[in-house]
Design a protein around this ligand. Sequence first.
Ligand code: HSE
Length: 445
Amino acid sequence: MAKGGSDRPVRVGVLGAGNVGAALVSLLLEDAAGIAARTGVRLELAAVAVGNPAKPRTGIPAELVTGDAKRLVEDPGVDVVVELVGGLEPAGTLVRSALAAGKAVVTANKELLAAEGAVLSALAADAGVDLLYEAAVAGAIPIIRPLRESLAGERVRRVMGIVNGTTNFILTRMSESHMAYADALAEAQRLGFAERDPSADVDGHDAAAKAAILASIAFRCDVHTDDVPREGITSVSPVDIAFAAQLGYTVKLLAVAERLDPPGTTARADAPPEVSVRVHPAMLPNTHPLAAVRGAFNAVFVEGAAAGELMLYGRGAGGLPTASAVLGDVVDAAHHLQAGAPARTPMRSSAHMHPADDLRCAWYLNIDVVDRPGVLAAVATVFGQHGVSIRSMEQLGMGDEARLVFLTHVARQGDVMATLDGLRKLDVVEHVGGVLRVLGDEEDR
Ligand code: HSE
């Protein structure tokens, strides 16, 4: 092992040679001297494990390629294992074996961390080694380390992220070029942002895994991907986007991790935090920093009690940007190994999930109604019955029908859902259209 100030290089074993793996290998091989000069750490690529070692790979010397991932993670000559295979298995087994063998592990595997982060963190703590995963959330953007270290003492109130570039690209095209969802998706697929099966992105699975990881780090608690309710962007219509624009808002898919301890409680250090972690589209005022995040870019907006508001912005995907974040973790792990320093193992508690019905925010909704006397009164009565206060309403005539577009004041989610049920039961309501949360304006801060 390259421990205790040895000047032997720190040897890095890489699992996976896809986009990110190949980019990392190119950085390690082509910029080794530069990395050493900038960081004081000499990194040496020990081996790259791939599924098909017979396949020729540009940029990876054949003698470094192996088909035996199991052997690589157990090899005493490897100090840091970088897992870039993705998915739950065999990645999970390989990561667990590497930690058990006393190796630092760097991974970009959001799915694995969101499902097994607590167990893997405990294994790393027991072994006294690093488990680092800056690249798992928002690619090149440093957000895990800032939350874990720079903001370690901060009482973080909320983290809101645009953490999926594909959906942000689609929503940007829908809003700026007035494209239909299907056309924007087809363009994202043509440009290589979206997969042929886009469900992981457009249904919010990818963002939900990242939300779970962000919440775990921000609130130092265990949040599992199953704890994260998720709504994707497939039901966001061009009509909603156009109304949002008229009202001064932009529609974004947000990963939200929020701390919601009951009013009056002073959270004790050992008390499980009460949190809400979720993914859904939302309307943000155009003046909100996240509203300006266009195309496939990502950004994470943090609200802290002392720090106030801050935002980190950058490329959330792609080989080199993601490899840059992985490399930062490898350097960090190598520093710890060389210094013989124990790995940092952040405290984690269980989390208490805030009931979704009790979440409070403002809402946008549009409904199509019959255009005749008394209809508005009937509709407004349903809002009133459920304690939902209307902030503004606009009516557009459409022949015998009218479209009513509402913004509410801050209301309980359960009450808004009951209002929608009530509206659907009214004879005069033809159709309940778009329903979106409104976040980030003055009522929400
Ligand atoms: N598919 C993701 C995105 C990148 O579109 O942002 C990997 O998490």
